[in-house]
Ligand binder design. Sequence first.
Ligand code: AMP
Ligand code: GLY
Length: 427
Amino acid sequence: MGDPINVLVVGGGGREHALVWKINQSPLVGKLYCAPGNAGTSELAENVDIGAEDIEKLLDFARANDIGLTVVGPEAALCEGIVDAFATAGLKAFGPDKKAALLEGSKAFMKKILSDANIPTAKYEKLTDPASALKTLEKFNGKVAVKADGLAAGKGVIICQSHAEAAQAIDLMMVKRAFGAAGDSIIIEELLEGEEASMLAFCDGENFIMMPSSQDHKRIGDGDTGPNTGGMGAYSPAPVVTPKIESMVEKEVMGKVMEAMKKDGRPYKGILYAGLMLTDSGPKVLEFNCRFGDPECQPILMRLKSDIVPLLLASVDGNLKNLSAQWSNRSTVCVVMASGGYPGPYEKGKEIYGLKEAASTEDVVVFHAGTTLDNDRVLTSGGRVLGVTASGVTVAEAIDTAYEAVSKISWDNVVFRKDIGHRAVGR
Ligand code: AMP
Ligand code: GLY
């Protein structure tokens, strides 16, 4: 074994706490840092007061602290080229470079790669002016998804059930420019029906290693009602993803997109996240993300038995071919606890009670997202505050354990869904 490697995790949400938690278990790691981190990461790593998008400062920090591996959680810095900046400085950063991150950064680019590579996805058109967009609507039956081409912090997709709703969405994006430049070009696509699931892979530009399936709960309310959020809970595996679907996704989606990206001069490294709609005619790609999902990362990493650090390094170095990943066959469930009001306006600074009691529950890890330390009190500091994650022999057992831990935690005006994992139990 060589010298220990200092590792920097970039980001401060639940996903990054899970990454810190897993990386911290590796015997290969020397010092572990998280920028900016949260109250949870501060227990395992040294938090560094640099924002996740401040590439220059992150680079200075990595140089000054002999960082051997930087792991980037959120998409914004990846799409801005943080991996390129680090590579130019001779430093290893895990994730796609700017050219490859376009798979998440531009929906139009993603759709083009999909259609060029013949990967199943919703029928679509790309538009750059409102008049032709309105005209194009007539080709669809009114039920469409209108999507801003660029990054819009997860808000740039509007599901429309009628021509009138779609016309409004076009007006909002292209005329009112609600998402700024992200909406200057848009995608209109047919609505797909089915159940959603996600498949992720570690990628090294050429080879990839699949992770087990997962499913997210995007709506704020029980029974999938109310507005979309960043994700109110997740679980793994998603039983709706049968072994047959899994191998279809591996060959027909991941394999093909890796090949297409390489052919396009953008070999894909890092995490490739495929958001899928499982339709009657097979899995179709809804979106690609260029990073771990949050909260999908939490239940997935809880199942990873292998040391994650060699996988991350091999992705950067193009060596995944010689590795494999071992996964626990237990089920894992993450229940997100959020600030009342989220995803709308919410109050911060509420003291959180019961964290120690919850964390001492067997088979539970309480991942922090929007939390901050005030001496020895832990306060809320974001919309999604905690991701209480549990494992069990069955998904039902994992759900019970997660909610047992959730019941021990409280703060003023906390909200969480009561039905995380319900679809999996039905199967
Ligand atoms: P996206 O960011 O493209 O994944 O869209 C966000 C969410 O909108 C997805 O997770 C789906 O729930 C929904 N969605 C997007 N595109 C479609 C589509 N073509 N048909 C049905 N639902 C969609
Ligand atoms: N949970 C969905 C995402 O991270 O994009």
